[in-house]
Write a protein that binds this ligand. Sequence first.
Ligand code: MTE
Ligand code: MO
Length: 204
Amino acid sequence: MKDGILAYGQNGEAIRPEQGYPLRLILPGFQGNMHIKWLRRLEISDKPYMTREETSKYTDLMGDGKARQFTFVMDAKSVITFPSGEMKLPGPGFYEVSGLAWSGNGTVARVDVSADGGASWGIASLQDPVQPVSTTRFRFPWFWDGQPAVLQSRCTDETGYLQPTLKQLVDLRGLNGPFGSIYHLNAIQSWAVAADGSISNVHA
Ligand SMILES: Nc1nc2c(c(=O)[nH]1)N[C@H]1C(S)=C(S)[C@@H](COP(=O)(O)O)O[C@H]1N2
Ligand SMILES: [Mo]
């Protein structure tokens, strides 16, 4: 089929047991529970199945008490991988901030990076290849002056969808769990840089 993959290999080797050896279903852009590991059979249906993870975890309880169900496509997200939680910057100076962005609705069109908790943004450069429903590496040069900072990234995908702040997501979906919906959580991720260079997860 056009967009489903029956995967037996990755990066030139057989997929590993914990990744679903000998065969795994991959549906690019779709939520994790659909990527069935250790695949034995396929059943074709004309409506979604009420499976355990789908009903217990991937159904989001909204603020108005209604449930959001069968939302398979993952909205755009990005996360800074350097620097990130539990790392420590050795001191003030130039750093290359880097991370990954993706969207279940197509290609990553733009990634912005902020070092002041979202007050101001700069455009990151995207590293080739930029492909649909694939992780895209972004890079952003940053001078750290040694003062406390909050690093954030936000992704815009080819549909024009902009990755929401945590507050915007909670306003939309309700407070279902400590950070809003934990499943389908695509809010902007904030890393606090302390004066001693240590990096920690904050909810900015
Ligand atoms: N056979 C099988 N496949 C499965 C699951 C499972 O419980 N059994 N869990 C799913 C869920 S909920 C997720 S999030 C992903 C996790 O995949 P990973 O090992 O690539 O992190 O596997 C999916 N595939
Ligand atoms: Mo999952």
